[in-house]
Design a protein around this ligand. Structure first.
Ligand code: LIP
Length: 317
C-alpha cells in the first residue's frame, strides 16, 4: 500500500532534511579543507564521463551519510542519489516519498574552492517535488521549502528577498546559464550560439540578439535555483542536469513564487510532473509582479516563450 504523509509528517520530514543537510554541510567543509591541502589538490578526485565531470571521495562519503540517516529514520522511503545512481542503483519512481539527493552539487567548485557548492536534498511525493533543502556551507546559506508553506533563507527570512518587480523582456534580465559537462563541438557550439543571442546587440550584427543585462554561471544547478528564488537571478536555464540537481531547487523556487518548468515543448501550469523532473531540460523564472493587464504567472510564461524562441534546443546525451 502506498505511503501517505499527513501535514505534520511532512513538516517533520522537512525538519529531518534540514538537520541532515546541516550535518552533511559540516562534512563538505571538512572535505574542502582536506582536498585543498592534499598534494596538487587532485588526490581523491576522479572523473565520471570525462575530465570535467568530477567526483570526489567526499561526494561518495556525504551521500553515504545522508543515505544512512534516511535508512534509519525512513526505511520504507525511496532514495535516488547522484553517486549511487551512477553506480547503477536506479529505483523506479512510485507514489511513495522518495529522497532525491545530490551530496555535493557544484563538485567542480568544491574542488577549486569557489564558494558555490551545496548539498541538495529533495523529497518527491506522489511523483512531484514536495520538499527542498539546499545548504551551502561555504556561505552558510540554508534554503528550505515545503510545498504550500513558503520558501525561506536560514529558516526565518522569506523568499524572495524583496518584493517581486515586473520583467518586461529578456533584455532587462540577469540570466543563469552553465557550460555543463558535455564539451563536444556540437553541444559547445549550440550553447555558445545560444549565449551569443542572449547577450548580443542586434544593432551591431547579432541576429536575434536580446542584449540581456548579463549572464552568470555559478556552477551549481541547486545554487542557481536558490538565486532565482531569492530574486538575484531573473531566470536560470540548463539542459543536461539530472533530477537530484534540481529537485530541491524546484520546490524552493516554486514556493518563492517562481515558475519552474522543462523544455520548450512542455506545457504545464501547476505541479512539476515526472516528465519535467526526469526530462533533463530545466528552466525557472523568478516571481514577477502582476501588472495591469498581465498576471505574474502570464509574465513568467511570456519570458519562457521569449527565451525558447531565442536559444537552441537539443537532447542531452
Ligand atoms: C553540476 C550542476 C551544474 C551543471 C553540471 C552538473 P555536480 O552538478 O549543478 O550546474 O552545469 O552539468 O550537473 O556534478 O556538481 O553535482
Amino acid at each position: 500500500m502506498a505511503i501517505t504523509l499527513s501535514e505534520s509528517e511532512q513538516e517533520s520530514l522537512l525538519e529531518f532534511s534540514i538537520q541532515v543537510a546541516k550535518e552533511a554541510g559540516a562534512v563538505i567543509l571538512q572535505g574542502s579543507k582536506s582536498i585543498r591541502q592534499e598534494l596538487g589538490g587532485s588526490s581523491g578526485i576522479d572523473s565520471k564521463k570525462n575530465s570535467v565531470d568530477l567526483v570526489t571521495e567526499w561526494d561518495v562519503k556525504v551521500e553515504e551519510i545522508v543515505r544512512n540517516a534516511v535508512k534509519e529514520k525512513y526505511p520504507d522511503f525511496g532514495f535516488i542519489g547522484e553517486e549511487s545512481y551512477s553506480k547503477g542503483l536506479r529505483p523506479e519512481l512510485t507514489d511513495d516519498p522518495t529522497f532525491c539527493v545530490d551530496p555535493i552539487d557544484g563538485t567542480t567548485n568544491f574542488v577549486h574552492g569557489f564558494p558555490f557548492a551545496c548539498i541538495s536534498i529533495g523529497v518527491i511525493y506522489q511523483r512531484t517535488p514536495l520538499i527542498g533543502v539546499i545548504f551551502n556551507p561555504f556561505l552558510d546559506q540554508l534554503f528550505s521549502a515545503l510545498k504550500g508553506h513558503g520558501a525561506f533563507l536560514n529558516l526565518t527570512t522569506r523568499l524572495p528577498l524583496s518584493p517581486p518587480s515586473p520583467l518586461s523582456s529578456l533584455s532587462s534580465a540577469l540570466i543563469g546559464v552553465e557550460w555543463g559537462h558535455d564539451r563536444t563541438k556540437e553541444l559547445v557550439d549550440k550553447k555558445a550560439n545560444s549565449f551569443s543571442r542572449l547577450a548580443g546587440d542586434p544593432a551591431f550584427g547579432v541576429a536575434g540578439g536580446k542584449m540581456a543585462h548579463s549572464m552568470r554561471s555559478v556552477g551549481s544547478a541547486a545554487c542557481n535555483y536558490a538565486l532565482v528564488a531569492s530574486g538575484g537571478l531573473d531566470l536560470y536555464w540548463e539542459i543536461g542536469c539530472w533530477p537530484w540537481d534540481v529537485c530541491a531547487g524546484i520546490v524552493i523556487a516554486q514556493e518563492s513564487g517562481g515558475f519552474a518548468s522543462g523544455g520548450p515543448h512542455v506545457n504545464h501550469d501547476g505541479d512539476v510532473t515526472e516528465e519535467i523532473l526526469h526530462g533533463r531540460k530545466y528552466i525557472v523564472v523568478r516571481a514577477i509582479a502582476d501588472t495591469p493587464g498581465e498576471s505574474g504567472r502570464e509574465a513568467q510564461k511570456r519570458i519562457v516563450k521569449e527565451f525558447y524562441e531565442t536559444v537552441e534546443d537539443w537532447d542531452p546525451k
